[in-house]
Write a protein that binds this ligand. Structure first.
Ligand SMILES: [Zn+2]
Length: 191
């Protein structure tokens, strides 16, 4: 199912080289080592049981129970495990599913996608590219123009309100406009 990935890259027309993730098998989850790693012990202390279950054990919170399901504030949603910036509130929409839903990423490379055949169905799993945390699943029934629905567990996310941007040197005033645009490929998040 890597054609999916390709398509996305082409439509954005970025000179992005394909990552090893885009192997024909689509199997990029096989115990790969992620750039940022945390000990399970530390995470058990730092995360709530639900956050740990979802991000580390590929769990799913119940619909409408997550704190961000109906959250409408302006800001940035980050990975609860490593803090990587994942989604902007600008791309959040009400899908009615009971989980936070977004139609686009802040940066193409911020998540990894892979096939998930659990529960007897085929879905596309979304994982944080930095730390490998399970985030949720990607569906093709989102609003136009992207047509994508990133269905994410609240438990995988943390939220930075718009006015308190404390992160990264790269967040200049232009960062917001450029985040989903052409500058994405050469800008690294922290580290
Ligand atoms: Zn992460």
């Amino acid at each position: 199912m890597s054609g999916f990935n390709l398509l996305h890259l082409i439509t954005k027309s970025q000179p992005v080289t394909l990552k090893s993730c885009s192997l024909p098998s689509g199997a990029c989850r096989t115990k790969k080592t992620w750039p940022v790693r945390f000990s399970q012990e530390e995470l058990r202390k730092r995360l709530t049981p639900m956050q740990f279950h979802v991000t580390q054990e590929r769990g799913t919170e119940s619909a409408f129970t997550g704190e961000f399901a109906l959250h409408k504030d302006d800001g940035t949603y980050t990975c609860v495990v490593c803090g990587a910036q994942l989604f902007s509130s600008n791309t959040k929409f009400d899908s009615g599913s009971g989980w936070p839903s977004f139609f686009d990423l802040m940066k193409e490379e911020s998540v990894s996608v892979s096939d998930d055949f659990s529960y007897g169905m085929h879905r596309v799993e979304i994982t944080c590219s930095q730390c490998g945390a399970h985030l949720g699943h990607l569906f093709d029934d989102g609003p136009k123009p992207s047509g994508k629905r990133y269905c994410i567990n609240s438990a995988s996310l943390a939220f930075q309100a718009k006015d308190t941007t404390t992160t990264t040197s790269s967040s200049s005033s232009a960062a917001e406009d450029g985040a989903a645009g052409s500058s994405a490929s050469d800008v690294k998040t922290e580290l």
